[in-house]
Design a protein around this ligand. Structure first.
Ligand code: PMP
Length: 399
């Protein structure tokens, strides 16, 4: 059937999908061995699956049929209470009326778009940025302006000029302050403070997307927007268990002003009624048993080891050929070649050669960064990383 005759909504023009997510099915279809640095997945061995199966059994035994009933839109009380208690031990302490449990971080981003972005609204994003984040904003019709980043994160100093050029204030500014996806860099304190000041001047929402902040393995904590904002309603914080527990759970949360949370509940009710109840109860019980902090400690040590292994492999195979970032936490680093290398072309050769990454263009709505690529160092052991990086070097030679 000819799809053009269908009565599409105008907004489908803004639905661009995600090259990152599409790469999952592309790679699953391959039958040869591939070292994948593509998806931002926790290491398979970093997911406490044995604990999870035991906890699932006890959750089923103790909650009866209630496990399979509809839950409250704001989230299961057990999870809300445990999460609040856990956050109390971190710089992200918050209160019940500010909390909404979501179906992963993606739903938090979607809700931000739904509440604050009308078609044609100016939204500033980092360049490069997380593809699904910009895709979500585009789906709500955002007019996206990209602002550059460097080793200290978003170059906030460039924003006034970009805003002046655009001739209107931004409705929202989308940032990933810690171990940014895709570059792995963190925004400096000075720039966080400046961004907060500008957002207050422009009355812009800061979409503070921080899935990786709890995974700092080097350097010192930098206060986040949640801390610096002191409860400012302009700070909309999106969080998730995907990177610290498991992405398949699809459980995350939003921390926002109580007036915003009321609207978020209305908005979530038209999306999915409530977040998956069994997975909320599983997460709650994991937290109740005190499992999260020791688990995070293990993850930090393991990811530090894996990041260092990747740095060593890159030095072995790419010295003088490319430059790359040196993240102090999170999952990703960013590799940049000379202008003569097209990483979208390199991708095809690399997959044949048994290694995968995400090409740089995926992270820019204007198709910048054709000579860069994102590597996830978290999913592979040091041995597999060395194999994968050596295959990448061969692929580059073949290209
Ligand atoms: N924001 C960023 C920066 C991410 O890297 C991710 C996951 N790749 C998400 C949001 C989405 O998280 P979730 O899988 O919980 O929806």
């Amino acid at each position: 059937m000819n799809a053009e005759v269908l009565p599409w909504a105008a907004r489908t023009k803004g639905l661009v999908g995600s090259i990152i997510d599409s790469s999952t099915s592309l790679l699953q279809r391959q039958t040869h061995d591939i070292v994948s640095f593509a998806m931002g997945s926790p290491a398979a061995e970093a997911v406490p699956s044995e604990d999870f199966s035991e906890i699932y059994s006890s959750v089923l035994a103790n909650n009866g049929a209630g496990v399979f009933a509809y839950g409250a839109t704001e989230g299961e009380t057990a999870l809300r209470d445990e999460l609040l208690a856990y956050l109390e031990t971190t710089p992200e302490r918050t209160s019940a009326e500010r909390l909404l449990i979501t179906s992963g971080g993606m739903q938090g981003l979607d809700l931000a778009g739904k509440l604050f972005v009308d078609p044609g609204d100016l939204v500033i994003v980092e360049a490069p940025t997380y593809t699904n984040g910009s895709a979500t904003l585009l789906a709500y019709g955002a007019d996206i302006v990209e602002a550059p980043i460097d080793d200290d994160g978003l170059i906030v100093e460039t924003l006034p000029e970009l805003v002046q050029k655009a001739g209107r204030r931004p409705k929202a500014i989308y940032v990933i302050p810690n171990f940014q996806n895709p570059t792995g860099t963190a925004m400096s304190l000075k720039r966080r403070l400046l961004l907060l000041a500008l957002a207050r001047e422009w009355r812009s929402i800061i979409i503070d997307d921080d899935p990786y902040g709890m995974l700092r393995f080097d350097g010192r904590h930098i206060p986040g927007f949640r801390e610096l904002g002191g409860g400012d309603p302009l700070v909309f914080s999106v969080r998730t268990f995907s990177k610290i527990l498991a992405p398949g759970l699809r459980v995350g949360w939003v921390d926002a002003d109580p007036a915003i949370v009321e609207k978020l509940i209305d908005a979530k009710q038209t999306m999915d009624t409530c977040t998956n109840v069994p997975n909320q109860l599983l997460s709650a019980e994991f937290l109740r048993r005190g499992g999260l902090e020791p688990h995070l400690d293990r993850l930090r040590r393991e990811y530090q080891k894996r990041m260092r292994a990747m740095q060593t492999s890159l030095e072995n195979h790419f010295s003088g050929v490319a430059t790359w970032t040196h993240p102090q936490g999170g999952f990703f680093l960013w590799l940049t070649f000379g202008d003569n290398v097209d990483t979208s072309k390199l991708f095809d050769v690399a997959v044949q050669n048994g290694v995968a990454f995400i090409p740089g263009r995926a992270f820019s709505v204007t198709g910048q960064f054709g000579n860069a690529l994102r590597l996830c160092f978290a999913s592979q052991t040091p041995e597999r990383t060395e194999l994968g990086i050596s295959r990448l070097a061969e692929a580059l030679k073949a290209l």
